[in-house]
Design a protein around this ligand. Structure first.
Ligand SMILES: Cc1cc2nc3c(=O)[nH]c(=O)nc-3n(C[C@H](O)[C@H](O)[C@H](O)COP(=O)(O)OP(=O)(O)OC[C@H]3O[C@@H](n4cnc5c(N)ncnc54)[C@H](O)[C@@H]3O)c2cc1C
Length: 462
């Protein structure tokens, strides 16, 4: 039976955490301390940085400070796509960087997918990995045009391994109603996000790093961070707060916190799976401008996500993943349009999270050796794999090592700040309305990408 909202549970951080059990915060900071490195935020970025740093420099005293518990943010709430996709796109980087460097970036992302899986295996983290690649489906003529365009891009960047599939071939992987064409990319696996972050936090602690949970940072400065439980002084100070960054003093316009929302169904009956297929657990997305993304869970549910309310005035972030009823209904409508046979399936849980978006829509990792301050984030919703590469790169930079990673194009990307309010709110909501309109126009016919979307792309600077 579904509740008034259409989902039996809403918020509660995420389905992934509710399933595992929300942890009690451990080891809160007990007054002022001195350390070598302090990392703010215990999501994947902060934890991967700590993991590699503890390996490279076991002599350093590394502390992670986290307002709630490790994995409370997007890292414990996401769609579980461990994907090699480069935020900002390869063609975009090729306009500002040598082609060989851009190709190297893609190969590093491909490797990072393998690295996450290998680290999980090495340390007995059961992240429920299924390697099925990614299927991106085109469901109208304009979307099919974008799929062909994506295939042309892939031909320029063979490092992605992406290829165009006809409707029949796509259907043999996953039967999404109305598929006309698809792109399939090999470098992706589905994971259980909370299991990965929980396991990673355990391993990081085993490597001697202290994670001070239940400790909120109020200010970050050169040489120290101030928390509600004391001050941590350290030579190296790393900001790994991603979608929450706007809440820190002086960072309100650095990256906007964009929302992404998800629902998960009850397990589908075997008959439904027989019709849908999805035997390889590919992650799944469509070519809509306001796209939706999904995965099949190992216990036979569908978890599907999309934009919902894109942005809250003044860069406010949510707390426990609450989600309005209309977003649940929207995601259910997308689910039923992709898979009409799921009909009245129950929605077990609905939640949301925030992700960070820089003004140039490109993720970044940076470190200033003079001040000892570092940061990584702005993954625009594709951070599950990128956080691994970012954390590894930050560890290299803090350790003072020049590696293949420290010269990749995303290192030290600077974007201008977002516009002040109310322009920011008006702009972001205006853009998402325009993309929604473009999707509706394309669904009515027309073989090309709607001019509305082309204009919105130009305005947004994507
Ligand atoms: C619903 C949703 C679906 C997504 N799906 C995918 C996907 O399928 N694939 C993909 O690649 N990416 C996806 N993403 C994006 C991906 O989850 C993120 O890019 C990634 O998890 C970012 O990790 P992070 O460690 O940088 O940030 P977070 O995981 O958000 O961690 C930041 C941490 O900092 C802590 N923090 C913040 N402020 C403070 C403070 N003042 N003091 C102390 N601690 C603080 C937070 O509590 C949090 O734990 C999705 C995101 C969302 C929200």
């Amino acid at each position: 039976m579904t509740g008034a909202t259409g989902a039996r549970t809403t918020g509660g951080v995420s389905y992934w955490w509710a399933d595992l059990g929300i942890p009690e915060p451990q080891d809160p900071l007990a007054g002022d301390v001195e350390a070598d490195v302090v990392i703010v935020g215990a999501g994947y970025t902060g934890l991967w940085t700590a993991y590699y740093l503890a390996g490279l420099r076991p002599d350093l005293d590394v502390r992670v400070v986290e307002q709630r518990f490790a994995g409370y943010g997007a890292s414990g709430r996401n769609g579980g796509w461990l994907s090699a996709s480069v935020t900002g796109g390869l063609d975009g980087y090729a306009r500002t960087h040598p082609r060989t460097d851009v190709a190297r970036f893609q190969l590093a992302m491909n490797d990072a997918v393998e690295e996450v899986i290998a680290v999980a295996e090495r340390h007995g983290i059961d992240a429920e990995v299924r390697r099925g690649g990614t299927l991106l489906v085109a469901r109208n003529a304009a979307q099919a045009g974008r799929a062909r365009e994506a295939a042309r891009t892939a031909a320029r960047w063979p490092e992605t391994g992406a290829r165009l599939l006809g409707a029949d071939e796509a259907d043999r992987r996953i039967r999404v109603a109305g598929t006309r064409a698809a792109i399939w990319e090999p470098h992706c696996a589905r994971i259980n996000p909370a299991r990965l972050v929980q396991g990673l936090a355990r391993v990081v602690r085993e490597r001697g790093v202290r994670i001070h949970e239940g400790t909120t940072v109020r200010g970050i400065a050169t040489g120290w961070v101030e928390t509600d439980r004391g001050t941590v002084r350290a030579r190296h100070v790393i900001r790994a707060t991603e979608g929450f960054t706007a809440g820190l003093a002086g960072e309100r316009r650095t990256w906007v916190p964009m929302n992404s929302s998800m629902i998960v169904t009850d397990p589908l009956p075997p008959l439904a799976w027989a019709e849908i297929g999805w035997a390889h657990h590919d992650t799944l997305e469509d070519f809509a401008h306001v796209y939706s993304y999904a995965q099949r869970t190992p216990d036979g549910r569908i978890a599907i996500g999309g934009r919902g309310n894109p942005y809250r005035f003044g860069s406010r972030t949510d707390l426990d993943g609450d989600i309005p009823d209309r977003t649940v209904q929207h995601l259910r409508a997308v689910l039923c349009s992709w898979f009409p046979q799921v009909g009245e399936v129950g929605i077990a849980h609905a939640w949301s999270g925030v992700l960070g978006v820089p003004r140039n829509w490109r993720a970044t990792v940076g470190y200033d050796a003079a001040s000892g301050r570092g940061w990584a984030g702005g993954y625009v919703g594709t951070g599950v794999t990128a956080t691994n590469l970012a954390g590894r790169t930050l560890a290299d930079l803090v350790a003072g090592e020049r590696t293949e990673r420290t010269t990749l194009p995303w290192v030290d990307q600077r974007a201008r700040p977002w516009e002040p309010e109310p322009l920011r709110w008006l702009g972001i909501h205006g853009l998402y309305r325009a993309y929604g309109l473009a999707d509706r126009l394309e669904a009515r016919g027309g073989r090309r990408t709607s001019w509305v979307a082309t204009l919105a792309d130009r305005v947004s600077g994507r």
